[in-house]
Design a protein around this ligand. Structure first.
Ligand SMILES: C[S@@+](CC[C@H](N)C(=O)[O-])C[C@H]1O[C@@H](n2cnc3c(N)ncnc32)[C@H](O)[C@@H]1O
Length: 150
């Protein structure tokens, strides 16, 4: 195994987890900046042409993990690997952001759901070849349907 080393950090408007929108159907429109350490900046070469990016990051302010837990999106419990809970055995976050522009080692993005100062582990261009009709949303779709009919 390797020891993850942050390649930079997120500048986000969120200082506290309570400020981050949560729950069913939530949209993340907040803008933020992904600031890379200078030694990794050459790795951003050619990134400008991508509209969206995967950001892989560390939940540096979560503690421990829960294999079955209750989240803010449903009143029923779910397995951690069927959720996006911050309390996971390896506290790794994954967020798709829209790339607005780049200024040197700084990527201006929309769609952050991380706390200010969150360490970034990796960035990759977003690509999906899965047709929408093939995607299944599991318990989330059921929770959405229950909410609509309640
Ligand atoms: C539900 S998780 C989803 C994160 C990411 N989109 C994912 O799927 O891995 C987002 C929540 O993680 C928490 N969070 C954000 N940044 C964090 C950090 N640096 N350390 C611990 N918890 C964090 C906040 O409560 C936020 O609402």
């Amino acid at each position: 195994m390797f020891t993850p080393r942050p390649i930079g950090h997120v500048n986000s408007p969120y200082q506290d987890t309570s400020a981050i929108p949560k729950g069913l159907g939530v949209k993340h429109d907040a803008e933020g900046v992904l600031t890379l350490l200078p030694e990794y900046a050459p790795g951003l070469t050619d990134i400008d042409g991508f509209s969206h990016l995967f950001v892989i990051w560390a939940f540096d302010r979560s503690e421990g993990f829960e294999l079955i837990g209750h989240g803010p999106t449903d009143d029923r419990p779910h397995g951690v690997f069927a959720t996006r809970s911050p309390r996971r055995p390896n506290p790794i976050g994954l967020t798709v952001v829209e790339l607005l522009r780049r200024e040197g080692a700084r990527l201006f993005v929309r769609g952050v759901d991380m706390l200010d100062g969150t360490p970034i582990l990796d960035i990759k261009p977003y690509m999906s070849s899965i047709p929408a009709e093939k995607l299944r949303r599991g318990w989330l779709a059921e929770a959405e349907s229950r909410k609509q009919h309640s």
